[in-house]
Write a protein that binds this ligand. Sequence first.
Ligand code: GDP
Ligand code: IMO
Ligand code: MG
Length: 430
Amino acid sequence: MACVIIVGTQWGDEGKGKIVDLLTERADAVVRYQGGNNAGHTVMFGNKTFVTHLVPSGILRKTTSILGNGVVIDLAELIKEIDVLEQMDIAVENYLRISDRAQLVMPWHKTFDRLGEEQKGTKKIGTTGRGIGPAYEDKIGRSGIRVGDLLDPEHFRTLLEEIVDKKNQQLEHYYKSDEPPFSTELIFSEFANHLKKLEPYICDSVMLLNQLVEQGKNILFEGAQGTFLDVDHGTYPFVTSSNTLAGGACAGAGIGPTRITDVLGIVKAYTTRVGSGPFPTELFDKDGELLQSEGNEFGATTGRPRRCGWFDALLVRQAVRLNGVTGMAVMKLDVLDNFETLKIAVGYRLANGELRENLPRSLESVTPVYEEMPGWNRKTAGITDYEQLPPEMLAYLDRLSELVGAPVSIISTGPKREESIVLNPDQLWR
Ligand code: GDP
Ligand code: IMO
Ligand code: MG
């Protein structure tokens, strides 16, 4: 029996989807516990590429795939994803289960996400525009609508009547928008249609999950976003609106912390970030351009170019602490194939000249202090035999591991499922 949390250790897009897919080979269920379709998790096998946004990536291996209580769900987008999966001959109805207590992303959440960003102007967060922040605001404000509310149409209609009125007031008076008001009737019929399609998937996911745990099954928890987008521990306010940390899996999925057996931190061999916010090791030179082009660093959800920079050991060391990381999957090492020299941030110089080895409260005006290592400067893309990895890469991995305080469990040398070296295949599934 194993319950393994897969968590991003940087600002998202570390390669979680690839590793979830790889490990699902031996998993009995995969669970999303937070976030929504702001996530974009890429899975590649054979000559196929697939990006999941809401559905857990485990579905591609025809495994039980659960959307837990902590997820915020845009039903229309979920249905689009299901349609694509069905076209790939995956009988989604047999595998996907949706918590009756998960929150719904409603039309006003998406509108207010967009209008809120417009209002912020140059201070905008650079959200994915999927309504995630406003949906979590309503959840925490105890005025959200949950999946289970749809199951009783009269109750749902009453809820809508109350809420739509308030949202229209907000649209007109707070956002001063001249967009057409939200209509209870239209939304009611739209959601009645969604329910027709999705009713068979809705369940008490906490019971289902805990039964699987009691039966000794192997469960993967698929984190979305990354440690420094966490609302409590990230680079606030430039964060997402959920707890992205491993700890969020217990609350969001409904499983006790004592059941978790491992936390696998997904670590990009350099650093990227999408959207606004501080990024100490960000590069604006040829090295940054090389990371961007070699790493094909474009957002899987919005297509925006990702900002790129050197590996930041202070960030990942903090992520190891915050998540209790027991092993790391180090991703995209092949992207570093053409560098003579690699840099690693091992300290920050604050504006007052003080040197820090741990994260200060704000990352806004710190200057990274770098350590340099020789690059391997030869092609490693696609290598699957540990013995063939260049000594410079092994030295780089050793140094990362030493600096952040966690062992390397998986080495990734390409985007495809097969382009991976799992160092201790039996360690996770004990
Ligand atoms: P996620 O959000 O953490 O699942 O990551 P994304 O899918 O948004 O972004 C990771 C990108 O890197 C995807 O395009 C993957 O196909 C790709 N990728 C993952 N691992 C590797 C790797 O080892 N090498 C290369 N070159 N690409 C990789
Ligand atoms: P995955 O799971 C990278 C970023 C957005 C923005 C901030 C808030 O693919 O790693 P939101 O729409 O959540 O309110 O946006 O968070 N962001 C991500 N960045 N990967 C993601 O997911 C992200 N999900 C949100 O760019 O800066
Ligand atoms: Mg992504």
